[in-house]
Write a protein that binds this ligand. Sequence first.
Ligand SMILES: [Zn+2]
Length: 507
Amino acid sequence: MSTAFGTTLHTAPGQSESQGHQMLQRAAMVRQVAQGIFAYLPFGWRTVRKIEAVLRAEMERIGCQEISMPVVNPADLWKQSGRYTGIGPELARFADRRGRDMVLAMTHEEIVTSLARSEIGSYRDLPRMVFQLQTKFRDDARPRAGLLRVREFTMKDAYSFDRDEEGLARQYRAQYQAYFTIFKRCGVPIRAVLSDVGMMGGSMAHEFMYITPIGEDTLLLCDACGFAANREVATFRKPSTASEAVTVHHWEGGGKLVTAVLRADTELNETKLANLVHASGPRDITVVDDAVQNTGYKADIIGDITAARAGDPCPECGHALRTTRGVEAGNIFKLGTKYSADLGAVFVDADGERRPLIMGCYGIGVGRLLGCAAEEHHDDKGLRLPASIAPYHVHLALLDDINSEVGTLAQRYYDELWAHGIEVLLDDRTERPGVKFADADVIGLPLRLTLGKKGFAAGTAELRDRATGATTTVPLDNVVTEVRNRIAAMLTTLAAPITVDLPAELR
Ligand SMILES: [Zn+2]
């Protein structure tokens, strides 16, 4: 630690509503370079690489192959997909030296589809699934909460290609299950919720939500049957009794004036409305909620445009729904043929017909996952990330000079533990014990091994569990074995396989 690049801090610079992010800064893991743009220092980067290793392992386990696609994309492909004009200023556009339009990719559907166009020719080449860990840039107007909402980020983005809907359903399910394993291995509890398929014409989407009061999304959950959905799409059992009292909203979207009519005392869900309106023609229209009867309004579209609220009956079982807030830590999306049709990625099926590839896409932000882990695993003294993603396993606090007898033993423990795959951070600085303990708490490695003159004389060292605060005195001869056993137990628990109950819509 005497040579560590990065300084722990007593207080976090700036304000963040995320306590976890404050601790990431105090622990010398991350530094903000510009709004929504971050650098990782050595401790933080070790954690990022561990998260990436988990992502790689779990993708490869389900047959997803790693590739790498460029950050700088020719705009032509984005013009073909319609996103060059369809996306606002969050897409960074620029011209290269020859004046050709380029973009900084914020996702890679266009590039991966163009690759599939050349690499997949027939149904015999299907199914396929690829992923990458790559930098993205999205010029978000409102970056916030540290790593939870940023502009530049690394994402695990995976893409699947199939000949039919059953194939897509199979690969979608594999990703769905892999996500639970990934988040469990990283110590982030999540809920999968049905989410908005947006205007991309997809048929299904799920978000993996980390439940926290600082989350931006509102979720509706049923404690009786497990139903879970983002408020943007959540449905509920509507009263069947006639209602003549209505609320009328005037709404503008997609160049149209929309009159929205719903039952009195209910709230408009703009996402539902936008999705319905998007599918209609260019003229001004009236949309009437399907729970409204006898209003005298002439409906162009009748559909569900009401926001679900806490207390509304669950659409599956009728139990009262409750609301909570969450951060979207990952998402999976059935794209269908949206990109393959626009970019001409077709394959020849068994019957000789040319059909567009059926696609899915699957994303997890690496930094956001770290942000969620830090939010979940900290106390008022600092971080306490799980052993699977903590920068090191053991903080060896040496309370004597490195050149002393005690220092020599510390060096021996250090070498032996590393030889056994236990990652040790040795605090060999000439600082007071109080300073060393405070730093051990703020960095928060799973185990602290303290070695000082007093203990040495008595033939013991002290082990302290960061998560529980429990301390144990260990005879010097047993230190290496004890540390190895404890860390092995932690890692085994985190890596233990889990069974995922598939929701009704995926069975
Ligand atoms: Zn229910």
